[in-house]
Design a protein around this ligand. Structure first.
Ligand SMILES: Nc1ncnc2c1ncn2[C@@H]1O[C@H](COP(=O)(O)OP(=O)(O)OP(=O)(O)O)[C@@H](O)[C@H]1O
Length: 609
């Protein structure tokens, strides 16, 4: 792939207003490929729906022909006493009308089913893919954007499938069918009407060009609104604590205004198009009426033929309105597909190995090693770890301390393989993390983060996340081992208490205990712990400390320690600064020296008095 194409890969072009022609073509090709891919499993029913709509149009087109036959031949024959032909014409009209309604019903049901199946598949694909993508992607691409792909973009596609495609098929079929019939009915009048198509083609071209750009704008604008909305709702505590409401309101006002302008622009384009179509339609109807009437008076045209012609002509221009509606939803859906296909084109940076290497059996933790690890968060970003080497024997508890921004959390995230090193390797019992299957790695390494993320559900469900399928007895024994059983039992419904969104019902200390119980149940050989900075009260801190010691027993552990009590239970302390180890030793050894840790320790001790 050329570097220029690489530039537009994935979501790269999403916020670019003016794309080069090459990029536009590439994105359109990608959107079409996605649509084809989505349609493939439904090819049979889609073809049947197409057949139904063709038959339906044929039935409804027969109507005016039967009216013409009734007026020109049936009625004169009935006047002469033979009502047979008229009866055939009326009967035929009724049959065609009924068949057309029946076929329409069948078509709408079938196309609706195909459309909804396709959208279901698309929604699941986006969700599955978004979950697979690495953290680095989600840091760049906010959750609001993913939500807007899943909601408003999928909705535009829904609109296209529900109304647009039906409108397009019906109108294209009836416009071409009517054109043929008009030429057959009366060649000169038919040619005259078709000549009116030339300005229409020009205005249609103008419309497609402008509406695609306009709808790209609306997709971008709605995505920004959703992003802002999600961010505000997620950060509601901070919003209220810092009185950001009015500032947020003005940001949202600006974004809403942008969306309104983008929609206005799109609607203006539609307005010009539909009214031009209407104007051309009405002008040609008046002209046909004039020329036709003149020819009927002169005896050159039968009245029935003129009536049928005018009936067709009305139907000829009406579908063009539908075509405009189609173009409308088409442009909107194209812009949406462009963005959805971008997300689906993104590849996870951290990939599962094609041929995973199994970890050797382990009894008591696993040896962890960083070998010449260099790391930066993005290819152009600063180097966070210049060249990091570290060997942690199996079963050792290592506390990482150091100033903010030193790189402690980065080390933890590398061990959990949220990212891969830019160069070098992180190894478990000698096997590079990038060679271990996802399932095995998740079993071997568990990270308990500062967020202590709890999902909506019961306390028991949240603990059981550590070991899917764990029995209630196992959950309770894990809670007991970390000392959480007592407080859980006191909750209104014990283990079945709903923790509410993000564990909002529990205190910070309680959330941490639940997170420890989860980790204990998972029973990993390596535990990575980004310790909570929140200050807990003394009894809770003691309880958490006790829980921590039970969780750490018999495993290799890397702890980002903020509390002295935690540092002191570690076998080894590493002082990190600027991505490097500046001190390394047991707590007692480092305290005895007069380095940074000793100074930190003195400050801590003083602060406790
Ligand atoms: N997701 C990220 N994208 C880009 N840079 C990052 C990201 N996370 C951290 N950094 C940068 O990497 C460096 C190390 O950050 P890290 O979070 O590892 O520090 P830390 O020692 O854990 O700090 P703290 O004690 O404040 O949590 C910092 O300069 C930070 O700005």
């Amino acid at each position: 792939m050329s570097t220029q194409e690489e530039e537009w890969r994935g979501v790269a072009a999403e916020d670019t207003e003016n794309l080069t022609q090459k990029a536009t073509l590439r994105l359109a090709k990608r959107s079409r490929a996605l649509l084809r891919d989505l349609l493939r499993p439904h090819a049979g029913p889609a073809a049947l729906a197409l057949l139904l709509v063709v038959l339906e149009n044929a039935c409804s087109l027969a109507g005016p022909l039967l009216v013409a036959a009734a007026i020109d031949n049936g009625i004169p024959a009935a006047v002469d006493g033979d009502a047979g032909l008229l009866a055939w014409c009326v009967g035929g009209y009724l049959a065609a009308g009924t068949a057309s309604a029946g076929l329409r019903f069948a078509f709408l049901r079938l196309s609706g089913r195909v459309g909804q199946d396709l959208l279901l598949d698309l929604r699941q694909r986006i969700f599955r893919h978004a979950q697979r993508l690495s953290l680095s992607f989600h840091e760049r691409y906010t959750s609001g954007k993913v939500i807007s792909r899943l909601t408003s973009d999928v909705d535009s596609l829904d609109d296209l499938l529900e109304n647009g495609v039906d409108g397009l098929l019906s109108s294209a079929l009836s416009v071409s069918g009517i054109a043929v019939l008009m030429l057959v009915l009366d060649l000169p009048l038919g040619l005259f009407v078709l000549a009116g198509f030339i300005p229409l083609l020009l205005v249609t071209r103008w419309f497609f060009r402008n509406s695609t750009a306009a709808y790209r704008g609306t997709r971008g604008a709605i995505a920004k609104i959703i992003v802002q909305f999600v961010e505000t709702m997620n950060g509601m505590r901070a919003v209220q604590a810092f009185r950001r409401e009015s500032r947020n309101e003005s940001i949202m006002g600006g974004l809403n205004d942008g969306f309104r302008s983008a929609n206005k622009r799109a609607l203006d384009v539609v307005a010009v198009f539909t009214s031009t179509v209407r104007l051309v339609g009405n002008l040609s109807l008046a002209a046909v009426l004039l020329i036709g009437a003149w020819r009927v008076v002169g005896g050159g045209l039968e009245l029935g033929v003129l009536t049928a012609f005018l009936l067709y002509l009305r139907r000829f221009y009406d579908p063009l309105d539908d075509l405009a509606m189609f173009a409308n939803s088409y442009s909107s859906a194209t812009a949406a597909l462009e963005k959805i296909s971008g997300v689906l084109e993104e590849e996870p940076d951290v990939r599962e190995p094609a041929a995973p290497v199994a970890l050797p059996p382990s009894e008591r933790g696993r040896a962890l090693a960083f070998e010449r690890v260099e790391f930066r968060y993005s290819p152009t970003g600063p180097v966070v770890l210049p060249e990091f080497d570290l060997a942690v024997p199996a079963g050792q508890t290592v506390a990482l301390v150091g100033p903010t921004g030193a790189g402690k959390s980065t080390l933890a995230k590398l061990v959990a393989r949220f990212y891969d090193p830019t160069s070098g390797a992180v190894r478990l019992d000698g096997v590079a993390l990038s060679d271990i299957s996802d399932a095995e790695l998740r079993r071997a390494v568990v990270m308990v983060t500062q967020e202590n993320f709890l999902f909506a559900g019961s306390v028991a469900d949240n603990i059981a996340l550590g070991k899917p399928g764990a029995s209630r007895a196992e959950v309770e024994s894990a809670a007991g081992a970390v000392g959480a059983h007592e407080f859980i039992s006191r909750l209104p419904d014990g283990y079945d208490t709903d923790v509410r969104k993000r564990g909002g019902r529990l205190s910070a200390g309680q959330r941490q205990m639940v997170a420890f119980a989860r980790a204990f149940l998972a029973d990993p050989s390596v535990l990575v712990l980004d310790e909570a900075t929140s200050s807990l009260d003394i009894p809770t801190e003691r309880a958490v400390q006790g829980a921590l010691e039970s969780v750490l027993a018999d495993r290799t552990a890397l702890i980002i320690a903020h509390r002295l009590s935690t540092v002191l239970i570690a076998d080894r302390v590493l002082v990190i600064d600027d991505g490097r180890v500046v001190e390394d030793g047991s707590p007692a050894e480092l305290i005895a020296e007069s380095g940074r840790f000793a100074a930190l320790h003195t400050r801590w001790r003083d602060s406790l008095v």
